[in-house]
Design a protein. Sequence first.
Length: 278
Amino acid sequence: MKHEYYFMAGLPRSGGTLLKTLLDQNPKIHAGPPTPMMELVYHSSKYFIDSESHGAFPNSKAAYNLISKMIDNYYFDIEKPIIIDHNRAWPSNIELLKTYITPNPKIICTVRDVLDILTSFITLMNKNSDQISYIDEYLISKGYPCTDEMRCQHLMSWEGLVGQSLWVLYRTLFMYNDGSHLLLVEYEDIVNNPDGTMKRIYDFLELDYYQHDYNYIDDKNPVNDKEWNLKDMHKVRKELKKISKDPKDILSEAVLHNYSNLEFWKNENHNFKIENIA
């Protein structure tokens, strides 16, 4: 089957799993969990650039044919005509998408206030206090205490999931600010105005609108959370409703101070600097 390709990315704990589950309700759309497709395309392209044999006998057409067919082969068995591939690093690889997959890539990118993201992580880790999460494994390996402040500091670092994702988004918005390739979708909008948000997404993708069911949400392609050793990290509730805690009730004063007003995508007077990702 001939497929059309679109893409998803975004900040962690910002509704990406919920959104892909909703999109997957559409009988024409396949929206699954994150895939290694970006890494496969990136490293294959880099291999050809760095390869001595390719350098000695360059064959750009052969390289293009091989790499551009990867995504078709990956989704060969999917019988839906529209594919939404999910990987956080797609926004920083738009030129790669243009070269090998589609001349006009469109990426849906979910975002959420940083303090709400940290609150969600800390709440989840405290709920699973009998487990040593991937974050605590890192802290223990470095000899750091597994406190909520240290967990937040790691999440916001260059090596942390939130810090990495913020940098990717910041860099992408700096380079591509015309809105043609990237649609930012706020978590709050998905929960509070799902129909309006989904219509905005379909308009961006230039696809016919589909009426989604927000009262019964069934994740048919769940993420295996054992990879992160953090139960329910990607769990999607059956019914669309907001259940989140106030950061002031969960985070310390230091965390609230250090990571407030970092939302550069919606506030010109934000406090975000590269130095924030220590």
